[in-house]
Design a protein around this ligand. Structure first.
Ligand SMILES: [Fe+2]
Length: 403
């Protein structure tokens, strides 16, 4: 079906609009289940309509042009629900159906755009921001916005280390090549449950070591060990990276083998131990009761670090957790009062445990298989990988938001 070239927003443009807080509306034509599981979110509310395209369109004939059917349907069904001023972003799973919907809206005079590549492309979009960039040390935060996943490239003296690599590993090799860095090690803070790690594949491709705490090389469900070889991380192990040191702190609770690297005594990559607004959930191993005291002790140990220590988490739940530059970071000093989980620590283990049990989000079924892939026990193709990673991460406790 021929259509004129539809104006689009690329995932990068969508990210810019979300970061800048631009005003726009979304018409998402995926089915309700897909929409409920995962939608585009920004710092503040976005006017969003979910009308599955088969509900919206009443095709007169099988081969009727979709855009023509949109032109017929919108005045009756959506006339007062779509803004006349300002952009409307049409969204579907892969950006194919929505291009015809956007075309129909354009014919009706709306300022419509199509999300290029749809939610699939949005889910695989990465942004990069420098947390620190000096002669001595560079820390880059790689942000997979739609999923709330953060990974890091650390570099000093031309040597670089990747922490918590996502499965699209070309982003790390490309950035390192552009900057003339040599990646000398790949490091996972823990066995990820919400997304597929690129750690093993990246280390293998580069011929460098992959580092993991041995406890996290075991699938927590059936206790099967990882099928790949790796170097063991342990508490208080110190790495030299160019001119700086990286000290491994073992902080179990979210997983048994959680390691938080302390970079240059200033930056703590907290993995899923501590986020900006929340803390890591201790139930993903199916033993919330026995792992909660571990998390309690780990967070207490973390709080013995100086207040000026900058926390760099592996996840965020909302874009509003970012600072003015769009970076997800905060000092331990600021988080002591701002972070609900840390505030609960001061009330003792019993109150902390009760808080944990009352803040547990749902347990996504895909997490078992994701950990199976991340331990090398299961191989999946690209389509299955995309399916497993659909939707936002659910690694954090749900803060009790003040309404
Ligand atoms: Fe996690």
């Amino acid at each position: 079906m021929a259509t004129r070239k539809m104006p689009v927003w690329s995932p990068a443009e969508l990210h810019r609009h979300l970061t800048e807080g631009s005003r726009f509306a979304i018409l998402d034509v995926r089915n309700r289940d897909e929409f409920d599981a995962w939608k585009i979110e920004g710092k503040g509310p976005i006017q969003t309509l979910n009308i599955p395209y088969y509900d919206l369109l009443d095709l007169e004939e099988e081969d009727e042009e979709i855009a023509a059917a949109v032109v017929r349907a919108v005045p009756n069904r959506l006339k007062d629900r779509l803004p006349r001023s300002g952009p409307i972003l049409a969204v579907c799973a892969k950006g194919d159906t929505s291009t015809h919907v956007a075309e129909g809206l354009r014919r009706l005079g709306y300022q419509a755009f199509n999300l290029e590549g749809g939610m699939a492309a949005w889910g695989d979009h990465y942004e990069m921001l420098a947390v620190e960039e000096t002669q001595r040390l560079s820390i880059l935060q790689i942000n997979r916005t739609a999923r709330g996943c953060l990974s890091y490239l650390l570099a000093s003296g031309g040597d670089a280390m990747v922490v918590d690599a996502a499965r699209h590993t070309e982003i790390y090799t490309r950035i390192a090549a552009e900057r003339g860095w040599r990646i000398t090690g790949v490091f996972d803070t823990h066995l990820q449950a919400d997304h597929l790690s690129g750690g093993v594949a990246l280390a293998r491709a580069l011929g460098v070591d992959y580092w993991l705490h041995p406890y996290d090389s075991i699938h927590p469900d059936d206790l099967l060990p990882a099928t790949f070889s790796f170097r063991y991380l342990e508490d208080e192990m110190v790495f030299t990276l160019g001119e700086v040191s990286v000290r491994a702190l073992h902080l179990p609770g979210h997983t048994l083998g959680m390691i938080n690297p302390l970079v240059d005594d200033r930056y703590l990559l907290t993995g899923d131990t501590l986020f900006i607004d929340s803390i890591g959930r201790p139930d993903l191993g199916g033993r919330a009761k026995t792992w909660t005291p571990l998390l309690y002790r780990s967070l207490q140990r973390l709080l013995t670090l100086p207040d000026r220590t900058i926390v760099l988490p592996a996840h965020f739940s909302h874009m509003r957790e970012a600072d003015d530059q769009g970076c997800y970071r905060a000092t331990i000093g600021a988080l002591r009062s701002h972070n609900e989980g840390l505030r609960m620590l001061g009330q003792g283990l019993d109150a902390f445990s009760a808080y944990i049990l009352g803040s547990m989000p749902e347990y996504p079924q895909s997490y078992d298989d994701i950990r199976r892939v991340n331990t090398g026990l299961l191989q999946v193709d690209e389509a299955k990988a995309g399916e497993l990673e659909l939707g936002p991460n659910l690694c954090a406790l749900t803060p009790h938001e003040a309404e």
